[in-house]
Design a protein around this ligand. Structure first.
Ligand code: HEC
Length: 200
């Protein structure tokens, strides 16, 4: 990370200009803040073989942390406040981009959830050009939820297998019974709420 920050700084200096410097500072501080808190490479490693979700038998797919972004979200309830990202494997991303429904077998969607924390370090940098700025970043990892498409194996649940892992450990059966019924309202989009976020 230090190396990438140094690279970013060099790039920033080359760009010059106030706006560019402010933006670059934001990039550098936020990546520094995040790497400081980085958890060990993916819960996947911790999960190991045999750790499958009840009912569906879904395990954490290797390398899911490197999948492409479908969308992001911010969920606030009376119990928690989370930043969320939905990532997809190659089959998922292709289907989202082409608007293909139902999602083909082999689609996997991973929903990564973190606590939502304020970044004072970012705020300080932003305060100059943006007085009163409040920057928020992911804090600790909460859980990862998975939806795996296999229309035959999971025919009883819309073709989807579900899994919820905290620290690499699957939740219990009672928890996994709640997944499919609650995804029912998204039936018209093959039980998936997320839509592909537009390209900026
Ligand atoms: C109370 C209703 C509810 C329950 C229970 C629920 N979900 Fe969801 N789920 C949602 C909603 C709404 C979204 C989209 C908003 C968000 O992600 O915050 C979502 C999003 C997801 C996503 C991202 C793809 C998508 O559909 O947008 C995955 C993966 C997921 N849920 C898996 C699970 C799993 C696994 C379980 C069971 C352990 C589960 N969900 C239980 C309502 C629910």
């Amino acid at each position: 990370m230090l190396r990438s920050a140094a690279r970013a700084l060099k790039y920033c200096a080359a760009l010059g200009g106030c706006g560019a410097i402010a933006l670059c500072a934001l990039y550098v501080t936020s990546s520094a803040a995040q790497s400081g808190k980085a958890s060990p490479p993916a819960a996947a490693a911790a999960a190991g073989p045999g750790k499958a979700s009840p009912i569906f038998g879904v395990t954490i797919p290797a390398g899911y942390r490197d999948w492409q972004l479908i969308s992001v979200g911010h969920l606030v309830t009376d119990k928690f406040d989370q930043l969320r990202a939905q990532l997809g494997n190659d089959i998922a991303i292709k289907a989202f981009k082409e608007g293909k429904l139902p999602f083909p077998d082999g689609t996997i969607i991973a929903a990564l959830h973190w606590t939502h924390v304020a970044s004072e370090a970012n705020d300080k940098v932003l305060a100059g050009p943006f007085p009163g700025a409040h920057s928020f970043v992911p804090g600790s990892a909460v859980n990862v939820q998975l939806m795996v498409k296999d229309s035959k194996k999971y025919a009883a649940t819309g073709g989807w297998g579900f899994a919820d892992f905290k620290n690499g450990k699957p939740g219990d059966e009672a928890l996994h019974k709640t997944c499919f019924p609650c995804h029912g309202p998204a039936k018209a989009h093959d039980f998936v709420f997320a839509h592909y976020a537009p390209e900026p």
